[in-house]
Design a binder for this molecule. Structure first.
Ligand SMILES: *Cc1c(COP(=O)(O)O)cnc(C)c1O
Length: 226
């Protein structure tokens, strides 16, 4: 499917939901992103810093760039001037570096804490308890150039829909628990980034506010086949 038809399909499916579509453009060339942009899509997700930077350089300035992959502290400086939202914060150390680089750029960078909700061992992310500790830590109050606006989670890659639903629901429950707790100036929870091409319908039903869709828009990526 060409991006236009796929994007239209998602716009229709998202009607009635308070949910935003992030078009995950990793591995695709800038021309493909431009095509989607020309259809009105503005939010794009990348998982590698270098790839995001080089694409941002050649594409329209009003694109919202979402960093969705694992982020190393030493690379934060490259995206700090322009990144719209970092979905994958998984340590205090990284949060401190984002704060430092955001400060240098005189901006506040919105961040999601990535929570490990899947059964698989390999995926990055914090446990619920670790995320609680970050949200409750007094250290956080000093980080005036970051704003934690929610959580991101990836469900287990399985055809067992009930398993996937259970994992999304746990994240939603955690989100609601945290929303009810002591608000801090730089913690303003409003986003739940969950759902990809294979499981976004379940994520929508479970309250996602951002679905991250790659292959269902742009087609299969090469490395998916290996
Ligand atoms: C690649 C990726 C996606 C999109 O995956 P698709 O299955 O192609 O929709 C979403 N989230 C993250 C974190 C990713 O790395």
């Amino acid at each position: 499917m060409v991006p236009e038809a796929a994007l239209k399909k998602f716009q229709q499916e998202l009607q009635g939901f308070e949910c935003k579509l992030i078009a995950v453009s990793k591995t695709y060339p800038p021309e493909k992103i431009q095509d989607a942009y020309d259809c009105g899509q503005r939010a794009f997700g990348e998982n590698k810093v270098q790839e995001m930077v080089s694409k941002a350089e050649v594409l329209p300035e009003d694109i919202e760039w979402h960093l969705i992959g694992h982020l190393q502290s030493n690379k934060v400086k490259y995206i700090a001037p322009f990144v719209h939202l970092i979905h994958s914060v998984d340590s205090v150390k990284l949060l401190q570096e984002v704060n430092k680089q955001a400060s240098k750029n005189q901006r506040i960078i919105p961040c999601l804490l990535q929570i490990h909700i899947a059964e698989e061992e390999t995926k990055f992310g914090l446990s619920f308890q670790e995320a609680r500790e970050i949200l409750n830590s007094s250290l956080l109050e000093e980080l005036q150039h970051v704003r934690i606006t929610g959580f991101m989670g990836m469900a287990t890659n399985t055809s067992d829909h009930e398993q996937v639903r259970k994992e999304f629901r746990q994240l939603k429950n955690f989100y609601q628990e945290c929303k009810a707790l002591h608000p801090k100036v730089n913690v303003q929870l409003s986003e739940l980034s969950m759902g990809m091409s294979g499981d976004y319908r379940i994520a929508l039903e479970e309250g996602s506010t951002m679905i991250r869709i790659g292959s269902a828009i742009f087609g299969a990526r090469d490395y998916d086949k290996v």
